[in-house]
Design a protein around this ligand. Structure first.
Ligand code: HEC
Ligand code: HEC
Length: 143
């Protein structure tokens, strides 16, 4: 764990701790919940988790053109509703991981999905809209 100066954010009562960092204020002002100085590789892992869990590409949430270099994307923009929705989902997922009724070892991370009991994949399973109904029953084998 890095020796950040941690300051508690009243993130809709979630009590998420974020690192104090120059630029952090502006970053949070823009509505972001991930720390501004989150390591690039870790952030990319998290974003890949989002994309793969939902079965989409970066452009589903971010302004940018498929096939163009990522350097041309405007990742900071919140123009796409899916990005704003995903942020709410991050809060929900984090809240579930911190819920006292969730069975299993107590651990939760906003930034590292490999730490969590509940992740985007838990519900989404590669689909944008998670299934809520059982599939039709398999035909029973004869005899
Ligand atoms: C399901 C939606 C979703 C997908 C898919 C997604 N992202 Fe994100 N991304 C977000 C959200 C939400 C944030 C803002 C997180 C926050 O509030 O701190 C974000 C933030 C970022 C940022 C930081 C932007 C800033 O403010 O500086 C980068 C860079 C980024 N994503 C890259 C990617 C890349 C690369 C991919 C594809 C591999 C990707 N994202 C896929 C939702 C998504
Ligand atoms: C507890 C289950 C659950 C978890 C965990 C979860 N989601 Fe969802 N998510 C849902 C459900 C259910 C819907 C669809 C609601 C509806 O019917 O429109 C949804 C919808 C979405 C949508 C909107 C899709 C659209 O229509 O464009 C996005 C984006 C999304 N989730 C991102 C995420 C991300 C990113 C994570 C992980 C940080 C996540 N979700 C974790 C249950 C979950």
């Amino acid at each position: 764990m890095k020796a950040y100066m941690l300051l508690a954010l009243g993130l809709s009562g979630l009590g998420v701790a974020v690192a104090a960092h120059p630029g952090e204020a502006a970053h949070q002002e823009a509505g972001n919940i991930l720390p501004a100085d989150m390591e690039r590789g870790a952030r990319f892992e998290l974003m890949k988790h989002f994309a793969q869990s939902l079965g989409v590409r970066c452009t589903y949430c971010h302004v940018g053109e498929e096939g163009q270099p990522l350097s041309t994307y405007d990742f900071a923009s919140d123009a796409k509703p899916a990005k704003r929705r995903a942020r709410e989902m991050m809060k929900l997922t984090h809240m579930l991981n911190q819920h006292p009724d969730l069975p299993g070892e107590d651990r939760s991370s906003l930034t590292d999905m490999s730490q969590n009991r509940v992740t985007c994949y838990t519900c989404h399973r590669g689909q944008l809209i998670p299934a809520s109904q059982l599939p039709p029953p398999e035909p029973k084998p004869e005899g």
